[in-house]
Design a protein around this ligand. Sequence first.
Ligand code: EPU
Length: 337
Amino acid sequence: MITSVNHSLLSHNTFRMDVKSDLYIEYDSVSQLLSILDAKMVRGKRIFHIGAGSNVLFTGDFHGVVLHSAIKYMETVEETDDYVDIKVGSGVVWDDFCRDMSQRGLWGVENLSGIPGEVGASAVQNIGAYGVEVSQSIRYVETIDMLTGNEHHFSNAHCSYGYRYSIFKNKYKDKHIVTSVIYRLFKHPMPRLEYAGLKERFDGMDNVTPLMVREAVLDIRSKKLPDPSEIGSAGSFFKNPVVSKERCAALLKQYYGMPHFKVKELNGFKLSAAWLIDQCGLKGMTVGDAAVYEKQPLVLVNTGHAKPEDVIELASIVKKAVKDKFYVELYPEVNYI
Ligand code: EPU
């Protein structure tokens, strides 16, 4: 267990905000977590549970306790001729899990390769990329209720998954801590290559393997998205907005060729936030050291020593520009803390 007071969070958030927390505790087992939640120095305090900090914007110092899971294991809990159910500790690096599965020739998470973050957060955020969401592979999520210390077992249906959404971001926000996730991976070929970029690469190809898809995804990502080890960011800053059929049709009259995708569950059309921001001419715009990334304008980056205020101001400029031009509201994908 690691405990540190007045702890710098610089290396705990990929946006590289230079902020501190009153207390930082890292644990590596469920029993350690339970004793932490029961400890005097933690009880009654504001708690924020962090993963790799790849989807957060710290708006200033955090006055409370930042918790981090270092529960790291992967174990097979069930196996048939068709699938393998694998239980993974919340502190496992997401891409280590993806790499392992792809190397074993198991299908399910190869399209999600290269997403920064950890396993616990994958189940909270319902991470998604290249036509796949992690909820399609999740069987169960195990959590600890922060108030009672009781263990809970959420089936996929009980997680209320949607686009970048789960029950852990809403009803159970700051109430449950994910300790492990049980994923189902398949042995039979299940390539999902509909996404532009993947389709062209694999067109007409037989014998595609999860490793081949993983490598293609990593290659596409490296061309569009900043490498978190080189430049600070939290990936997509905003969600892709969903508008009504009527609003979409009206926009298409004015902006022929505007990217739009039908979303049955939401009874509307998803628009591309990157395209909307691009159309506002905001690529490369800066506030202090915060910038709209040139290659993918949905990503805000920290080019040096950006302060939380710089990112907040830049985000509100982007939001306002899109609202003024298209009358479409953008909502952040990153969590403001
Ligand atoms: N586009 C532009 N200008 C640009 C770049 C993109 O107009 O400079 C438009 C193009 O029309 C392009 C469209 O944006 O076709 C979509 O771009 P992209 O394929 O990069 O996808 P996205 O919708 O912007 C989403 C996820 C990403 C994920 C990609 C790939 C969200 C909020 N973002 O981005 O996830 O990697 O799809 O599936 O849903 C993340 O969540 O942090 C993240 C990076």
